[in-house]
Design a protein around this ligand. Structure first.
Ligand code: NAG
Ligand code: NAG
Ligand code: NAG
Ligand code: NAG
Ligand code: NAG
Ligand code: NAG
Ligand code: NAG
Length: 477
């Protein structure tokens, strides 16, 4: 400004002011691109678009007939937020424990049941977690409708079966009755299918049944007979002789679901492997942003996609040596409000074992990376009053007195040049009085887990045979 007063020419003075103005406004535009301002309602109520519109979009999804809807488990909505986070901690602890070689499939060593001499595989205890995303499939000749938890961390698909031998939990639909299905078969203990399921051969029980027993880390269990029947995704897509667990003794945290659909990369009996000849080990899903909207799970790669989705490119699927059934990924950087975290964070990220998991809610980062993310985030949120932490979330705000919220965009950089600009539903977790940054430091020296909150609204395509993962923005609509 001093330059203006000493300047003899008014014109020079004006042009200096203009340049200053342009610089300032240019900066403001650049900054806006890295921040978003939204009404509080869009944060608290989840996406405002109506569930009916989304459901319709899913039903007509690119004309693909191997597409089924994904919805939130209604019980998830009833759970207290802290309870959700506690279960999430248990899920992560069990994923960490499966990073020990030899615990790959969760079905590894068998123990002889002292009473029956049956073959019983036991798991190293993957926790069910919240089981918050459900898909509906049909089983048997009568096309019995079942709502199963989709889980990229589990291999075996199972459902409860009548008659229950010991106990069955309350499930939303009538329990599957094998005797009513003409396409149902037991797998016999001496069959090659049965021996492929279990690493070590054992003597068969007198009824020659191939039995399974899965004990999850949170003491939930499912046990029964390994069987085959027709699994239908839609009226035209049927998988005959699908191997599944017909559970006659089931208890635990499965409230709200009829069982589980295993989508891990176990190479033996997950849905991915069993449908390989038809779908080429390719599946994709879009997890909906809120409880009142729907997403989808699709098998096979066709060119038809969700109308408004755009590909962000492909990132390699990385083999996790400690556990090849996990879907390994590589994250190379994170930016907050357009500013990348320090180089030291990128180095740690590139060096971390990282996986993507549909059953973990909150993304776990290496501790040092989390602190860098947190401090960058906090710096741009100083105008909002803080709220107490919630179990594993320590950066929370009270938004209740604001009608709009301005927050920094968070971009996750995956190797291969895939930059994922998270949806708002992938940044915050909570309610208006306690809305928290939805990231957390991992517990044990840094297995990075890319959780389902951050996956929301993107179509994530798993090309398991081609070893790559595609992200598509705007995937659910
Ligand atoms: C399957 O095995 C169960 C238990 O061993 C038996 O009760 C049932 O009759 C068998 N079903 C068929 C179709 O063989
Ligand atoms: C599972 O059961 C064991 C033995 O009853 C108990 O010690 C453990 O605390 C239980 N774990 C959970 C997560 O409830
Ligand atoms: C299961 O969910 C119902 C509500 O749908 C609830 O009443 C019941 O207490 C839940 N049971 C368990 C074991 O969580
Ligand atoms: C899916 O198919 C399209 C068209 O054939 C192809 O361009 C794309 O690379 C495929 N996606 C994957 C993940 O293989
Ligand atoms: C990367 O990992 C290797 C092997 O674990 C270790 O020696 C190295 O110090 C790590 N580098 C960084 C930057 O953390
Ligand atoms: C991460 O993504 C952002 C936004 O697309 C980009 O500006 C930045 O260069 C990327 N960083 C890396 C390390 O790829
Ligand atoms: C796709 O985008 C257009 C333009 O942004 C919008 O009008 C339309 O509703 C969107 N379609 C869906 C299914 O979301």
């Amino acid at each position: 400004m001093a330059a203006c007063f000493v300047s003899s020419s008014i014109r020079i003075c004006v042009s200096i002011l203009l340049v200053v103005c342009l610089l300032v406004s240019g900066e403001a535009v650049a900054e806006n691109r890295h921040y978003a301002t939204v009404p509080l309602s869009s944060l608290v109520g989840g996406a405002s678009s109506s569930s009916a519109a989304r459901a319709a979009a899913v039903a007509g999804h690119g004309g693909r007939d191997s597409v089924i809807r994904v919805v939130h488990n209604p019980n998830f909505r009833l759970l207290d937020q802290s309870e959700i986070l506690r279960r999430d901690e248990a899920r992560v602890a069990s994923l960490q424990s499966r990073m020990i070689p030899g615990h790959q499939n969760g079905v590894t060593k068998r123990e002889l049941s002292a009473s029956s001499g049956a073959r019983i595989p036991t798991t190293s205890g993957l926790n069910v977690g919240n089981g918050n995303y459900l898909v509906t499939v049909e089983l048997g000749s009568q096309r019995k409708k079942l709502q199963l938890t989709m889980d990229t961390g589990s291999p075996l698909t199972w459902t409860q079966c009548q008659p229950c031998a010991t106990s069955c939990y309350n499930q939303p639909d009538p329990i599957f009755d094998p005797s009513a299905s003409s396409t149902y078969s037991n797998i016999s203990c001496s069959s090659s299918s049965c021996s492929r399921l279990f690493a070590v051969p054992q003597s068969c029980p007198s009824d020659n049944a191939c039995r399974y027993s899965i004990s999850y880390g949170d003491n939930s269990t499912s046990g029964g007979q390994v069987a085959t029947d027709t699994l239908a995704l839609t009226s035209t897509v049927k998988l005959p002789n699908y191997i599944f667990g017909c559970g006659r003794d089931n208890k635990g945290l499965f409230n709200g679901t009829d069982g589980l659909l295993g989508l891990s990369n176990d190479g033996i009996f997950s849905m991915v492997t069993q449908s390989a000849s038809r779908f080429g080990k390719y599946f994709s899903y879009c997890l909906p942003p809120s409880t009142n909207s729907a997403g989808f799970l699709a098998f096979g790669n066709t060119t038809e996609r969700s109308l408004n989705s755009t590909s962000l490119g492909f990132t390699p699927l990385v083999t996790v040596p400690e556990n090849p059934s996990f879907y390994g990924i590589r994250i190379i950087g994170i930016s907050v409000g357009g500013v990348p975290l320090p180089v030291s964070s990128s180095r740690i990220l590139m060096n971390s074992s990282s996986i993507i998991d549909s059953g973990t809610v909150i993304t776990r980062l290496p501790a040092k990376v989390y602190s860098a993310l947190r401090s960058a985030f906090r710096k741009s949120m100083t105008r909002y009053p803080k709220a107490p932490g919630n179990v594993l979330l320590d950066t929370c705000y009270d938004f209740s007195k604001f009608s709009t919220i301005t927050y920094p965009r968070i971009v996750i950089n995956f190797s291969g040049g895939v930059n994922v600009d998270l949806d708002i539903s992938g940044i915050f977790f909570g309610d208006s009085t306690q809305m928290c940054l939805a990231f957390s430091p991992g517990t044990i020296n840094g297995l990075l887990i890319y959780g389902n909150v951050q996956q929301r609204t993107f179509e994530i395509g798993y090309d398991v045979a081609g070893r790559k993962l595609e992200f598509r923005a705007n995937g659910c609509s």
